[in-house]
Design a protein around this ligand. Sequence first.
Ligand code: CMC
Length: 452
Amino acid sequence: MGEPSPHGPSPPLHNPPSTPLEAQMADTLTITDNRTGTQYELPIKDGTISAIDLRQIKTDSDDFGLLSYDPAYKNTASCRSAITMIDGDKGILRYRGYPIEQLAENSTFLEVAYLLLNGELPNAGELSKWENEITHHTFVHEYVIRAMDGFLHDAHMMGKLVTFIATLSTFYPKSKAVRDKATRDEHIVKIIAKMPTLAAWCFRHSTGRPYLYPDNSLSYCGNFLNMLFRMGEQNYKPNPILERALNVLFILHADHEQNCSASAARAVGSSEADPYVSLAAAAAALYGPLHGGANEAVLRMLREIGDVKNIPSFIDGCKNGDKRLMGFGHRVYKNYDPRAKIIKDLAHEVFAVTGKNPLLDIALELEKIALSDEYFVKRKLYPNVDFYSGLIYQAMGFPVEMFPVLFAIPRSVGWLAQWQEMLDDPEQKIARPRQVYIGADERDYVPMDKRG
Ligand code: CMC
């Protein structure tokens, strides 16, 4: 049978539970294979059965055994995780047990990063040491600036960011020692510290502005704003409301359990690739418009709608499948995304500083109509984190291409927490799904002159 079951062996059932009640109480699942009439009893642990336990279900000794089929992992848990908990039906999100609302209200991003990576909130000494470590690794090798100039002036910022995260792998070959905890910790710090610098340089390259170096006297978010927006000022002071807003946005985006990009980080990392290339793969997954590229797509959609009076025809387009209401819907949330609620409130605080984003009225009306429309109600489609975040980013002066980059910076913490957990998990191995082969049977090679 190859791989052992994480729950131990589960032989065919010789003494099936005599009553349905007994079977119910046994924390097992009884399966009857109607092809053979054989019954099997599989253990249920944490609300799951182990897919490898299905392999014993065979029609005869030549049969490979039963596989579970689950394209896009719609009902498959790929790991045990203690990092992030989502209850999609209730609209609940917690990091290490702490409700996202409380963290957004009371924490800083770096405090949350510590929590996600270490499992507990830091005490004052731990936090100050952590902040100090991050602050002193913010500088990035000058060659990145040289390489940046190899890109076209209109290269997408996320394309550049993916490239430069991977490039750091070549600067830090020792990071390949992924089983060594001290090495791992060293590169976790480096990545979190350098992401804002890389992101800011991608932005400065695209906007034709000179690259700026980190200012270690500023906070994580304050320094990021500095590297993005400072021009001739001697003493740049980030606006405290915008700095706080960025902190909150970073907290909300820091992790989201086994999403597409976290799964990419885990899958690539499972081959023991170094953390830089594992995270570059995760960032590439985030780039797609169905994932972290959705905030960019929301802005383009709102611009395309252009006016509140065009909303009904846009909604009709969504219902007949021509359009997609970007920033709506989620694989896990079948309720209002709790992050979207926090961002909606935050938007008003930001607009008090920056002036209101004129697209807000379209977004609010779109939300109102969609939430009362039977198509969206029936499918439980609610605003997700990306619906309002782009409006804030745009009001703060970011071009739309920067939006997925702004998602990637905080999410790198989640990727690292997931990657680290995967490496420490004795149940994990190199990720290697099975397939159901539906191609041609064996056939003989056809020479060119015999092909039609
Ligand atoms: N607009 C219109 N219809 C939709 C939408 C939408 N945004 N999302 C889902 N549907 C419909 C879909 O057509 C399907 O209808 P039917 O049952 O008639 O075929 C039904 O709702 C179920 O959708 P699905 O595509 O099977 O759901 P999924 O779990 O595979 O997809 C999703 C989840 C997030 C990819 C999808 O809802 C979507 O494309 N949303 C827009 C993109 C977006 O906002 N993405 C950001 C997600 S949150 C941040 C992140 O994870 O990065």
